[in-house]
Design a binder for this molecule. Structure first.
Ligand code: NAP
Ligand code: MG
Length: 494
């Protein structure tokens, strides 16, 4: 069944789109203890579904299924693996309206944005990695002439993958596509708040040709289901996206039953640097996109906007004008740019940081309140000026629509201040000078720098943080290498 754009109220049979069981060994199963988790629509606070919660027994079953599927899947020919990923991408294209509708219902993000960006990002990720199956080469290495030495890539094995709630479907694609094409099998835990698009997609894994057990989806809370998964002795690799605190915890605790390969995509407090030669209108647009996309619930949010002093006042004035035009509201209204926050917890976090900003002396220019009088976790997009480096709002990840504007004089000064953070996920610079842009590119200690743009993602461009923003990469060739081990072979030939 496919739905028309922006007609959610006609969807009386919508609940049939919500798959609620665990997907283990190619079949949907109920939890071994019949435990369930409520899943809400953040725009209405209504219950969408009760999904099954995976107990430690269910996690064990899923991991063993992945382990059993490993010999079949890892020995499948590259073209077989590629065909499965291509087929899944085709099914996703056919199902794009439904998937985007589920994503918008479950996350509150605007439907038109989910349909355009999240879906195309996820589909492209499967296509990109499908094309990689027959391009995983080792090297021949000229050691002593008595020997032939070469390396061959081999799949790491069973992967335990854990997702946050902000980009459920595109996050899933960035994790399972490279793992599968490398020949690994996976057990993936979506965030407990947003499991519905992953479970809907699971309906099609068999049709796409994946053997039973190659992909398992388990729902559950992090401190229970997630913890069992990362510690499971048969899991060879943990790939986690989420907060830095949980990432550090996982890094310390996943090795209890033997060493695992680990990659972590964590939080950020990214700087966006606007130099005084920039077109101010363009810079304001980039800063707004970098702070308010996905209602600010995005790891790469350019939440510290450093503006050079001669254009600071103009930038502030134009930012206030621009924010007032942004439409917050119903995710299924075509005009909406910002949906609600994900949960009451996220809304309290937003309000906590707004209060901190005011209490510590930042100037609240606009926003700062929850939107009363209607259901849903809606808040006003918010801008603070006169923010200084030591303020809490300049140091901690807010994960909501809050932009802080800071003033600087020189490039040397701004680079020092921009790097004064535990994070190193991303950064940006807006300038007409190539020389100055490169100075910033070279000076920022982070995983990605955008020049005269912000938040551009492509399946083949590696992404990942440094410092406390993460370990390892996703997307591109670098992303697939996270799922490969390299065996060195030395053959005596003389
Ligand atoms: P989170 O609280 O760290 O949770 C992320 C995932 O980890 C969820 O599935 C969570 O389960 C699970 N989890 C929690 N405790 C666990 C444990 N002890 N063992 C195993 N798993 C555990 O993060 P979030 O609030 O969902 O997402 C926001 C954060 O993600 C932000 O910090 C953001 O910057 C970061 N993020 C980073 C990237 C990136 O690519 N660098 C991308 C997106 C988001 P529950 O279901 O119980 O929550
Ligand atoms: Mg959480």
């Amino acid at each position: 069944m496919r739905f028309l754009y922006f007609r959610p109220r006609l969807l009386f049979s919508s609940s049939s789109l919500f798959q609620t069981k665990l997907f283990i060994n190619g079949a949907f199963l109920t939890s071994s203890k019949a435990q369930t988790i409520p899943v809400l629509n953040p725009a209405t606070e209504t219950l969408l579904a009760e999904v099954q919660e995976a107990t430690s027994e269910d996690v064990d079953l899923a991991v063993r299924s992945a382990k059993n599927a490993l010999p079949i899947w890892s020995s499948a020919s590259p073209s077989t693996r590629a065909n499965c990923l291509f087929k899944l991408s085709e099914i996703m294209t056919t199902e794009a309206d439904n998937l985007a509708w589920i994503e918008a219902q479950n996350t509150g993000k605007p439907y038109k944005i989910a349909r355009r960006n999240d879906l195309s990002g996820a589909i492209n990720m499967f296509k990109y990695y499908a094309g990689y199956a027959d391009k995983l080469h080792g090297q021949t290495i000229p050691i002593s002439s008595d020997f032939l030495c070469f390396t061959k890539p081999e799949p790491v094995g069973v992967c335990g993958q854990i997702l946050p709630w902000n980009f459920p479907l595109s996050g899933l694609a960035a994790k399972i596509a490279p793992a599968l094409i490398a020949g690994c099998t996976v057990v993936l835990k979506p965030a407990e708040l947003t499991p519905l698009s992953a479970l809907y997609l699971a309906k099609f894994f068999n049709e796409a040709g994946f053997p039973a057990g190659a992909i398992n989806i388990i729902n559950g809370y992090g401190n229970n289901t997630g913890e069992c998964l990362i510690k499971h002795p048969l899991v060879n690799k943990v790939s986690f996206t989420g907060s830095t605190d949980v990432g550090l915890h996982i890094m310390k605790n996943c090795h209890v039953n033997g060493l695992k390969k680990v990659s972590l995509e964590l939080g950020g407090k990214s700087p966006l640097i606007v130099l005084d030669d920039a077109d101010v209108d363009f810079a304001v647009k980039q800063a707004q996109g970098g702070n308010f996309y996905n209602s600010g619930q995005i790891c790469i949010a350019g939440s510290r906007v450093f503006v050079q002093e001669s254009i600071y006042e103009t930038f502030v004035k134009k930012s206030i004008e621009a924010i007032q035009k942004r439409v917050v509201g119903d995710p299924f209204d075509k005009k909406t740019e910002l949906g609600p926050l994900m949960s009451e917890k996220q809304r309290s976090r937003y309000l906590y940081y707004v209060k901190k900003g005011v209490d510590e002396g930042a100037k609240l220019l606009v926003g700062g309140k929850k939107i009363d009088g209607k259901k849903g976790f809606f808040v006003e997009p918010t801008i603070f000026a006169n923010v200084s480096d030591e303020m809490t709002i300049a140091k901690e990840e807010i994960f909501g629509p809050v932009m802080s504007i800071l003033k600087f004089k020189t490039i040397e000064e701004v680079l020092r201040r921009a790097n004064q953070t535990q994070y190193g996920l991303a950064g940006g610079v807006i300038t007409k000078s190539l020389e100055k842009a490169l100075e910033v590119v070279n000076g920022l200690k982070c995983g990605t720098v955008w020049v005269n743009c912000y938040g551009v993602f492509e399946s083949n461009a590696p992404f990942g943080g440094v410092k406390n923003s993460g370990v390892g990469k996703e997307h591109g060739e670098a992303g697939i290498k996270e799922y490969l081990d390299w065996k060195t072979v030395i053959i005596k030939q003389k």
